[in-house]
Design a protein around this ligand. Structure first.
Ligand code: CA
Length: 361
């Protein structure tokens, strides 16, 4: 009753029209904020671009219009790979992308997108929200004046599109492949040449032969780019991104200028999108897979076990060397590794055992 009286009073007079205090700042409750969100994706691209649009809408709705966010596709305000700098410098208040694109800023960023043979989406979210992962990510990005939040996950990705079959690790040697992050480092150890390109350039690069192979995400997004028209074989599983996490980044000064309720709204809108995109991919990937197989006759191939075993060994080398770069990387690696080891024991008894049991019938 008391709370209701308070809200009634606040809504009726003083707070809505006057000034409320939040911490040491005085913030008018009717102050509105006009934000820009730059993204690493083509405008309105299924899942990624539409997810960024949904995040902007959520922030607008949840804040009752007190924050309005205008979304920019890659290249509209800044190119895809300049999202991090644009938000750090305040050109835009927010960005949507993924952390391993910024390994040139700090290699430890790669832990927060995906580690080859690392955690699934479910496990990544456990680590972020309840295992200390997000606190470490926040600490890392604070050095750049940014606040990070997990903001989407497509689940286990596909291995990628190739024009030749991968029957042994030797078949990866000499291969120029678009594969960012630590997965790219693993390919390099296997004798390949990893490159990174923004999603919007993949089809042309593959079709023109500028690259021999590419990974992107999974059926839903790979179908949207028409990658099946430029490559013969579609490999699985995506050992390199078992639960690739998308990120929202927020300019720290812009974030701190918000009253506490709006700060909470922004971060919780990211959390909603993080879960919602996983649900969207869970719903769309199977449909797109069926289209790729039945309509486009795509040749699916599983990486042979001995290729996966070798790549797993190379991944362990790559990741443990990353952990030796500096003290902070070691701290992230230790947290990630401990969480993964514990999760693996449980996931084997739960998800894996159940999926195997379901396939028996
Ligand atoms: Ca990918």
């Amino acid at each position: 009753m008391q709370r209701r009286d308070f809200l009634k009073k606040a809504g009726g007079t003083s707070l809505a029209l006057g000034a409320g205090t939040v911490g040491i700042k005085t913030v008018r409750a009717d102050t509105t904020y006009q934000w820009k969100m730059v993204t690493a994706w083509p405008k309105n691209f299924p899942g990624l671009g539409t997810g960024a649009n949904r995040l902007a809408e959520l922030i607008g709705e949840m804040s009752g219009g007190r924050i309005r966010v205008k979304v920019y596709g890659a290249g509209e305000l800044v190119p895809a790979f300049e999202v991090f700098d644009a938000v750090a410098q305040g050109t835009a208040e927010m960005g949507h992308g993924t952390a391993f694109y910024w390994k040139g800023k700090n290699e430890a960023t790669q832990f927060f997108t995906a580690v080859p043979f690392g955690m699934t989406a479910q496990e990544m979210n456990g680590w972020f929200y309840h295992g200390g992962g997000l606190a470490l990510w926040t600490e890392l990005y604070a050095q750049f004046g940014l606040v990070p939040a997990p903001a989407g996950n497509g689940g286990v990705q596909m291995g990628g599109w190739f024009n030749k079959e991968i029957k042994s690790v030797a078949d990866l040697a000499g291969l120029k492949m678009r594969i960012p992050g630590l997965g790219g480092e693993v390919l390099k150890r296997a004798g390949g040449t990893p490159v990174n390109l923004p999603g919007g350039e993949l089809f042309t690069a593959l079709e023109s032969g500028a690259i021999d192979a590419t990974e992107w995400i999974g059926p839903y997004n790979d179908l949207a780019f028409g990658l099946y028209k430029a490559a013969r074989y579609y490999y699985y599983p995506g050992f390199h991104e078992p639960g690739g996490t998308l990120e929202a980044i927020i300019n720290q000064a812009a974030f701190e200028a918000l009253p506490a309720d709006l700060q909470s709204i922004v971060l919780n809108a990211c959390k909603v999108l993080n879960q919602d995109l996983l649900a969207e991919y869970t719903a769309r990937n199977p449909v797109a897979l069926q289209t790729l197989l039945e309509k486009h006759g795509v040749a699916m191939r599983r990486y042979p076990d001995d290729v996966l075993i070798k790549l797993h060994r190379l991944s362990r080398e790559v990741v443990s060397e990353l952990a030796e770069k500096d003290e902070f990387s070691r701290k992230i690696y230790t947290s990630f590794r401990q969480f993964l080891d514990q999760s693996q024991a449980w996931s084997n008894l739960s998800e894996l055992a159940y999926l195997q049991a379901r396939n028996l019938g």
